[in-house]
Design a protein around this ligand. Structure first.
Ligand code: SF4
Length: 358
């Protein structure tokens, strides 16, 4: 007779291969499994990852375009208003510096560069700066995916980003709606939903994810997965909080590597054919279990994060190779075929030699 655990994992696998999500009860049961059962959980969820993404790992690089000095008060963020964290603070970097960084990223195997700027949202002038940067990057690296993460968007600004050659827009929901008021008072969960919807509606590839380790309950983790799934994102970054000294979350170390893996396994069941990217906190929280994380996520950031440093490039490559994975090539399409039809990489209009589709 099957144990309850194997029955749960079998059902979750069958559903995921059919692109159906877990029930809320199943999701909570998965999060409650013991460390003794961890390898069974990873194996089941890892099968889903293999089914849709094989042994490919997509590499991404963050470029922090404007660091610190944010007027918003997100409690987890080292760049927040009033942050005492000793992070770099600077205004917009030169487009050429960003383009040179993108060159290095592509040479290291990255398929996507994510241009991130602190702040509530971009002004028209900021969009102009981003346009110069995207142009500089695309002239040298025409096939790299450019993502931007600039805060809250209006429809007009989202449209402008699309026109200048931006492929994806990142705006994380971060935590559940119920928990949101505990982590930020200057904007709302609804504001975040609006921006992801605006980005998707104009044709930007929606990227929206989470940060764990912020006093959230298991219910919050599951509710967030349900709300994220409703947004139908193409990519879901999973961050594990780095509790910077000088922020309200400073010193709150709430995660174990095993809990991080259970969360990743659960998110794979919720997002079977979506790019799940292990983002900030990978090295510091998964530690020696990063390898198991690759069996669940199909994408990672390489290089440094916004305000903290990532591990050395050679360690990332050793991690991937030792686990039997390969770096996804620039010419390979990340999302599985059922989603290919939904996303067409723009190869005409601004940033190309082809006329725009108007
Ligand atoms: S997460 Fe973004 S909006 Fe919030 S404080 Fe940090 S930089 Fe500002």
């Amino acid at each position: 007779m099957k144990t309850e655990l194997s029955a749960l994992l079998d059902d979750l696998m069958v559903k995921a291969l059919d692109r159906r999500p877990p029930t809320k009860t199943q999701a909570l049961e998965l999060l409650l499994t013991s460390d003794d059962d961890l390898l069974d959980v990873v194996a089941a969820s890892g099968r889903v990852r293999r089914h849709f993404f094989g042994n490919r790992v997509k590499l991404n690089l963050i470029i922090n375009m404007k660091s610190g000095l944010c007027p918003e008060d997100c409690s987890y963020c080292s760049q927040r208003s009033g942050s005492k964290a000793d992070v770099l603070k600077y205004n917009w970097i030169d487009p050429l510096v960003a383009a040179e960084t993108a060159d290095r990223a592509v040479a290291s195997g990255a398929k996507r560069v994510c241009l991130v700027a602190s702040g509530r949202g971009p002004t028209d002038r900021d969009i102009g700066r981003i346009a110069e940067t995207v142009l500089a990057i695309k002239e040298r690296q025409p096939h790299v995916e450019v993502c931007t993460s600039l805060g809250l968007l209006t429809k007009e600004r989202a449209q402008r980003l699309l026109e200048i050659g931006v492929f994806a827009y990142n705006h994380n929901l971060n935590t559940s709606e119920a928990n949101y008021g505990e982590i930020c008072s200057t904007h709302t969960f609804a504001d975040r939903l609006d921006t992801v919807n605006i980005a998707r509606d104009v044709g930007l590839s929606p990227c929206s994810g989470a940060i764990f380790g912020m006093d959230e309950s298991d219910e919050d983790i599951v509710d967030l997965a349900v709300d994220l799934r409703a947004l139908d994102p193409d990519s879901v970054p999973v961050n594990f909080l780095i509790p910077f000294d000088g922020t309200p979350m400073g010193g709150k170390w709430q995660l174990t590597p095993q809990r991080c893996l259970r969360i990743l396994a659960l998110y794979r069941f919720f997002f079977p054919d979506v790019e799940i990217r292990i983002a900030g906190g990978r090295e510091i929280h998964l530690r020696s279990l990063q390898t198991l994380g690759l069996h669940l996520a199909n994408s990672i950031f390489v290089g440094d994060y916004l305000t903290s440093e990532g591990q050395a490039r050679k360690l990332d490559f050793a991690l991937i190779a030792d686990a039997g994975f390969v770096v996804e090539g620039l010419e390979e399409v990340t999302l599985p075929s059922a989603r290919h039809d939904l996303v067409t990489l723009r190869r005409r209009g601004p940033g190309t030699e082809m006329p725009a589709n108007v």
